[in-house]
Ligand binder design. Structure first.
Ligand SMILES: *Cc1c(COP(=O)(O)O)cnc(C)c1O
Length: 219
């Protein structure tokens, strides 16, 4: 299967999931996860019309995208992996959306750097819905206060929430939880669902689905 064929299949599955959920296709953004992919595959995805991409490491994202940015002015790059404060400068320079805001030190550093570079990026808060000790993200009990901190203290443009469910749980539980938190906090965007479960995520309100394997093949 070529990447453009995979993209067509994914689009048709998104369309079906939207129809059965009574949602509009246009309300779901496909974030193509290009981590570890060679440049020719990324170029194929671009040639097929894909413009929104996700990366989970700042350095690798720079290698992938610093050059291509000049050729594709309508690109939208999302950071979907953990961000260390010493990489904030590069991240703010390269990305359009930071999906993994999850601690005060990072929120402060991002706000300061966005002001410095005059690039007020859209942000999501990553929520550790499974409360896994080794995983990034704010735990649910701290979410409301953290969102207030990001918005009131830092002035960040918080658009929504993001989660990565624990591998051993049914993902729908976590998607439903993220949807509930989003409603409670008045945040319209939900980044949830990957290659194996994006239809379910759409059924539970995902506005951004992050897809690697189903588009590019196994990593
Ligand atoms: C790699 C990755 C994905 C894509 O996963 P696939 O199962 O390959 O679709 C989605 N989200 C995050 C945070 C990732 O790191």
């Amino acid at each position: 299967m070529s990447i453009s064929e995979n993209l067509e299949i994914i689009h048709s599955n998104i369309r079906k999931a939207c129809e059965s959920a009574g949602r509009a296709f246009a309300d779901v953004t496909l974030v193509a996860v290009s981590k570890t992919q060679p440049e020719e595959k990324i170029r194929e995805a671009l040639a097929a019309g894909q413009r929104v991409f996700g990366e989970n490491r700042v350095q690798e994202a720079r290698a992938h995208w610093a050059g291509l940015r000049a050729d594709y002015h309508d690109l939208e790059l999302h950071l979907i992996g953990p961000l260390q404060t010493n990489k904030v400068r590069d991240a703010v320079a390269l990305f359009d959306v930071i999906q993994t805001v999850d601690r005060e030190k990072l929120a402060r550093a991002l706000a300061a750097e966005m002001e410095k570079q005059n690039r007020p990026l859209r942000c999501f808060i990553q929520v550790n819905t499974g409360e896994e000790p080794q995983k990034a993200g704010v735990i649910p009990a701290d979410l409301e206060a953290f969102k207030e901190f990001c918005v009131q203290e830092c002035g960040l443009d918080i658009r929504g929430l993001m989660c990565i469910p624990p591998a051993e749980d049914p993902p729908a539980l976590h998607f439903a939880l993220l949807d509930k938190f989003g409603r409670e906090l008045g945040l319209p965007c939900l980044s949830m669902g990957m290659s194996g479960d994006f239809e379910q995520a759409i059924g539970l309100g995902a506005t951004h689905i992050r897809i690697g394997t189903a588009l590019f093949g196994e990593r």
